[in-house]
Design a protein around this ligand. Sequence first.
Ligand SMILES: Nc1ncnc2c1ncn2[C@@H]1O[C@H](COP(=O)(O)OP(=O)(O)OP(=O)(O)O)[C@@H](O)[C@H]1O
Length: 715
Amino acid sequence: MGTVHHLDDHRPERPPISLVKPPALDPATVDTAPEDEAPVRLSGGRRVVRGLRTVVTSERTRASVRATARHGAYVVGGARIVTRRAWDSRSAARYERMIRAAEAAGNHELAREWEERGRAFRAARHQRRMELLSAPQRLAKGAAAGVGVTGGGLLLLGIILAVANENFADIATPTLALVELVRWIVVIVSVVWGPLVTLAPWLGLLALWGVGRHQQAAPQWALPTSQRDTGGAPITPSIVVTALRDLGVPALRKAIKEMGDAGAAMLGPIRIAGCGVEVDVTLPSGVSTNEVQDRRRKLAENLARHEHEVFITIPEAARTVRLWIADSGALDEPIGPSPLVMDATMTAHYKKGKAPWGRNLRGDAAELSVYQRHLLITGRSNQGKTAALRSLALWLALDPTVQFWIADLKGVGDWSMFDGIADVLIEGPSDDHVIQATEMVEAAVEEMNRRIEVRRNDPSATFPPLPVIVDEAQVAFMCPVKSDDGRYYGGAKATSRYFMAVRQIHNQGRAVDVLMWQGTQDPTDQNLPKLVREGAHTRASLVLGTETQSRMALGDKAVDDGAAPHMLRQGLDRGTLVVSSDGIEMPTGQSFLTVRTHFVDDDPAKEIAHRAKELRHGVTTRNGIEQTEERDALTDIATVIGDAPRLRTNEVLKRLHSLAPKVYGDQWTNDRLKSLLEDHGEEPKKSHGVMVIHRDHVLRALANRDTDGSASASA
Ligand SMILES: Nc1ncnc2c1ncn2[C@@H]1O[C@H](COP(=O)(O)OP(=O)(O)OP(=O)(O)O)[C@@H](O)[C@H]1O
């Protein structure tokens, strides 16, 4: 990773023409001593300062300083390691350390096992020491016996030699030979001793240096670039433990130091998890989980990662933090197109299906169930909020039973493809559009109340799902306009029309499948009142500015558990959502999930919408809620039939109702439909056992009507 290119960045421009040939430069220093090349006259003092600066900043100088420090540190580190090994082998320190580590990890069985081994070690050591007390006598006895045996042996050998040579003097020959050997040894030792004494400390240092070098016992800055640059290095237990030790939590540091190498006992297994790894860390007592959570940036840097590449969550187990550490740079890779775009045959099911929204950090598909859940998506401007909301709606549109009422208060065409799918589509940012959006949500409240009423009479009654979508909902909350009855459309008071309508749907809409989906920018208490935030079952957030906003967007619980949309990177993490919902699968005990959503661009969105329209046999989209009471029923029937050659009477009634709920209420039954057509000389017919109305018949009735006058419907 970029280590020296900043030197290049500051290189002044070279003069274009030089009459004085610059001195030949060493390529190693050329980057850092550009001024020397220029034929500029300098005063003596400045030249010295520049020269000094050049020397100090020269990469060669720095490399030498680093090398000196490194090799010195290898010796010191090696001495430390050897001393420690010696201490460990002579004392019970190792056992003590293992016991503490096992206790810190809460593994009492292992702690007992180490205690047992420690006891055995101490007993054996005691035994050895006791034996050492009687050692001098045994040594003296042994030596006397040894001298006796050797002397006897040599004498015997001499006698055999004397007998064999028939020379009495040979009795002393073996003894004299031994004496001569000893003399030679003394001579050799006295010659070698001097140099040996001189060399010994150096050999010792060399050995220590070797140990230190092998164990890389030098500070990071002093290591050569190739070894120092650990960016993207695989995560090992030792890296995690060191990163935790250097986190700046004194209790944690102390505990890990005491555990030494055994600090890894705090860690669970390091598991591959998508484009990164996951590891649970059981903290030693005295260290709380939020002390680690609060130091996310430092932990990430200690692990040679960027802050956004490390996630700290709190799993169920006590005193445990779960770290997810991305492979370096992996989060910046695209996640690929949405299955919604790739699979042209995909359909949706409101109740049983799940929207293919994106991928979680592990790389698994993140799918959201929208069944009976209100939804809220927040985020800073231009980060992918509309795209995330729209991709859910596009998926749901592939279930033809679902009706949509949509208000897009930005109104630049992001939702235009829903023309022909949605029954209501309001597009625009003006106060008039807010008024229409408010009326739409209020009509949804009426529809909800009607459904509740029907359900009261018939508990088995079911209704077509109706998500009421308001994108850029902050525009509605901030609208300053008053209606004729003196109530504000915007605001968060008990008299605020938009706010109250949303609250009512939040409170009662779920059970009758009238759902509120809102997208909103940069939440504040004014543009997203507390009650509205908390009424949503699925809350999702793109990048936000502050933790306070994250709390508004996702709730305290998720943020306390580690959800941090404020840590996402503006611009770079477009489409990355932190989701808190029971409609999405997440690890047990976790209250939020980070999802990288698939981006469905406008053109593919239009294609998906086209498929949705084909499943629906034509829907007439209105650009607002009808406030008129008088309607032409025959024309409306023709409208709702659309292009379909024929339509079931039940479906016609349903569509009439969603076209103008106030006019085509419960009093519009099959019989009433039948008698209306009969008034015009037509009638519903049976097709495959169900009553249908033919489009041709309705059109014929309309054509013939001119002479008879129009039939109108009224509430
Ligand atoms: N999932 C995604 N992955 C990658 N890029 C995305 C994703 N979603 C959106 N984008 C990019 O972000 C841009 C803005 O998206 P979008 O219009 O949905 O943002 P927004 O938050 O609704 O903006 P606004 O501030 O207008 O409400 C898109 O044009 C696209 O380039």
